[in-house]
Design a binder for this molecule. Structure first.
Ligand code: GLU
Length: 336
């Protein structure tokens, strides 16, 4: 960097997770303790950027909720409005993919928002938190990250929030973007993007959003009678995502329950395999994709059940109609 160039400003929000967890004196198990300032302190004083850091929460990511996500989104938006070139969000890895997808849906800025965490807490040998945080800061400060939306920097890979999933419970290479693959590699302090910036669907507005109410995922499988789905519908849900078999198939019993619930209830059918799109017109048996589409369900396309739940809940929180739900899933779930 030339002596005249201004150092980039990156805003860092810490929300908790393994990266911030250590056992207390005489304790065996790690719990959230470290602040954003503690995490940055581990990186030393040689960062090639200015950093504004705040601790917004100290939770395990299993307790992540929409209130915390919206608070973090608002904080990040303010940071960018006040001059930050990029934002880093540090949290637990267990639900990190959902945070990344929520920001992918709602982040309206050219500046990147980069999420990271750690698999090994700071008290363990070869803890990965500092390297992941440094990579996330590097990605957030890089002008070539602009326009790429929500990114995950982890184990030197950079993943798109659109595709990333936690794919291992303990490896430091815990995240995967299969089948799309990572967007970039961080090496020797540089971000190597593999592709130019791609167009992204417009950000969803959260004005007057109300996230109250349940939008569960119901998984299909052996002995799927439809009773669980019917019980949930009777209990009063806002919408349902089915983690359906294969390309979007449910049992005949569940198909009967879906037919009775439509058109009143938004029902999204996603695939439970973890890869591959839902189908549109291959099979015709009771509960097949074409049977369910004829009833009026929305197919999730390439979106997995977790991402589908984030999208459906966010759309319903903003009062989206069934037609809008269908249009948004076609836009965000299909590659076309
Ligand atoms: N393995 C998780 C993590 O990496 C546990 C804690 C959490 O998700 O908050 O952070």
């Amino acid at each position: 960097m030339s002596s005249e160039s201004r150092r980039p400003l990156v805003a860092v929000a810490a929300l908790g997770g393994t990266i911030s967890m250590v056992p207390g004196d005489g304790e065996d198990h790690a719990v959230p303790r470290l602040t954003a300032a503690d995490l940055l302190g581990e990186l030393g004083e040689n960062l090639e950027m200015d950093v504004h850091a705040e601790t917004l929460a100290g939770i395990s990511s299993a307790s992540m909720d929409f209130a915390t996500l919206v608070k973090t989104l608002d904080w990040a938006a303010r940071a960018v409005a006040e001059g930050a070139e990029g934002v880093v969000v540090v949290q637990g890895t267990d639900t990190l993919e959902e945070t990344a997808y929520f920001f992918e849906l709602t982040w309206a800025f050219e500046a990147p928002i980069v999420i990271t965490g750690a698999m090994r807490n700071p008290s363990l040998p070869s803890a990965d938190g500092p390297a992941n945080l440094l990579a996330a800061l590097t990605v957030a400060a890089d002008p070539r990250s602009r326009g790429r939306g929500s990114l995950v920097a982890f184990n030197d890979d950079v993943h798109a929030g659109r595709w990333v999933r936690k794919a291992h419970s303990s490896h430091v290479e815990a995240f995967s973007s299969n089948p799309a693959g990572p967007l970039a590699l961080v090496s020797e302090g540089l971000v190597h993007y593999f592709h130019p910036v791609a167009a992204r669907p417009p950000a969803l507005s959260l004005v007057d959003a109300d996230f109250s109410g349940l939008v569960p995922i119901v998984e299909s499988g052996v002995e799927d009678t439809g009773e669980l789905l019917e019980t949930l519908i009777k209990a009063g849900v806002k919408g349902v995502v089915l983690a359906a078999n294969g390309g979007g198939h449910v049992s005949a019993g569940t198909a009967d329950v879906i037919e009775r619930a439509l058109p009143g209830l938004p029902i999204v059918v996603a695939g439970r395999t973890g890869a591959g799109p839902t189908f549109r017109g291959t099979y015709g048996f009771r509960g097949s994709e074409s049977d369910l589409i004829a009833m009026g369900v929305t197919m999730a396309g390439w979106l997995d059940p977790r991402k589908s739940r984030l999208l459906l809940h966010t759309l319903l929180a903003t009062g989206a109609s069934r037609e809008r739900v269908e249009a948004e899933f076609r836009l965000r779930g299909d590659l076309t």
